[in-house]
Design a protein around this ligand. Structure first.
Ligand code: PLP
Length: 386
């Protein structure tokens, strides 16, 4: 039951912290607040809880607990993967990635470019999909890492990461995936994916912001990005954020148990929302392929209307959605993802992302379907172009 005083369709930006996660975290703030590196028994209980959380997040990925490095979130994990790949292979200074990565990956690559690395930003097709052959062609003898996101945060389009990782293995190139949008929505198994590095962020799966992980495959060469203490087996310095790590662990358990629901009930809500809007509001179009796509994401454009105006009126109706990623909200630039799909700037600027989550109900969708059509009609009446 959703008791929020608003209707939230922005789960790809962030999610509410689940009550079960808060309950798991609280004892680490009030009772077991010791430093996990301390030797006495009191602190060792804290350390045991970190170990337990490591097992829980490892299970989400079908990984070994020792392959998990806790970080401050998706952005740090992604930066760590790139820096590690470059540090362990000093002779290799080329990166392959896509033009539609989250700004965490894109900006990191741009910064590395300014420091002398060559970066290939692979284009995507008009439906947001990626051509596997283009990845193969882009790999050079000096390629240090290929980094391709598992699912796009704006369109929800899923990339063939297992196939890409297989190509990388054949060429002896490290492979990273930004899987931040995937847990709880897609089945994750690092054995199947075959990547060397994988980034996750807890706040996309009903845990707090500021905690994430980097999966580092056993025997994959690794160099830390944040150096300091010996924490995380020397792979990430800094005293562990124990309450958040424990919350992340509990959220991973919940995400696994809710996967079936996200893939059926949430998908059903998303499909009803999308199909109804496409059928009832003239000039509505979908951005990105229908499949393979995250079950919770719909990116729709409303020709002739500015997304900023739509979002403002939706907000007045108690509806939260976004135009592209939260990180670019407020910028006048159209989304780099929609631009990469080849949308002209006007169509890109008319697009809204609706991303659903486990706490959404049919009543939320009804509320949106009741309010959005008159909002679009009203804005079109006001628009000088129509
Ligand atoms: N990658 C993707 C696909 C994302 O959607 C996000 C979140 O906005 C990130 C990376 C960054 O994660 P964080 O906010 O934990 O730094």
């Amino acid at each position: 039951m959703n008791t929020a005083p608003f209707h939230y369709f922005d789960h790809n930006a962030t999610t509410p912290v689940a009550p079960e996660v808060v309950a798991a975290m609280l004892p680490l703030l009030t009772e077991w607040w010791g430093n996990p590196s301390s030797a006495y028994q009191f602190a060792q209980e804290t350390s045991r809880r970190v170990d337990r959380a490591r097992e829980q997040v490892a299970a989400l990925l079908n990984a070994q607990p020792r392959e998990i490095v806790f970080t401050s979130g998706g952005t740090e994990s992604i930066n760590t993967a790139f820096h590690s790949a470059l540090l362990v292979q000093p002779g290799r200074r080329h990166i392959v990635t896509t033009a539609v990565e989250h700004s965490a990956g894109l900006k990191c690559c741009e910064a590395l470019e300014r420091r002398g690395c060559a970066v290939t930003f692979l284009p995507v097709a008009g439906d947001g999909t990626l051509d596997l052959a283009a990845v193969k062609r882009a790999i050079r003898p000096e390629t240090a890492i290929v980094s391709v996101m598992l699912a796009n945060n704006e369109t929800g389009v899923v990339f063939p990461v297992a196939e890409i990782a297989a190509v990388c293995r054949r060429h002896g190139v490290l492979c990273h995936t930004d899987a931040v949008q995937a847990p709880g929505k897609l089945q994750l198994d690092v054995g199947v994916l075959g990547v060397d590095y994988l980034s996750l962020s807890a706040h996309k799966l009903n845990a707090p912001k500021g905690i994430g992980l980097l999966y580092v495959r056993r025997k994959t060469p690794f160099q830390p990005y944040i150096v300091g203490g010996h924490q995380e087996r020397g792979r990430r310095g800094g005293t562990e954020n124990v309450p958040y790590i424990v919350g992340f662990g509990r959220a991973a358990e919940l995400a696994m148990s809710r996967l079936a629901e996200e893939n059926t009930r949430v998908r059903g809500l998303r499909d009803r929302l999308e199909n109804t809007l496409l059928a009832t509001i003239p000039g509505t179009f979908r951005n990105g392929a229908v499949e393979p796509r995250l079950p919770n994401t719909a990116n729709l454009g409303f020709a002739g209307v500015e997304s900023e105006a739509i979002l403002m009126l939706l907000d007045q109706a108690g509806i939260c959605a976004s135009a592209g990623s939260a990180c670019t909200t407020g910028s006048l630039e159209p989304s780099h993802v929609l631009a990469a799909l080849g949308l002209d700037p006007a169509r890109a600027r008319s697009s809204i992302r609706f991303s659903l989550g486990v706490e959404n109900t049919a009543a939320d969708v009804d509320h949106l379907l009741q309010h959005l059509p008159p909002i679009i009609a009203r804005l079109r009446e006001l628009s000088p172009e129509t």
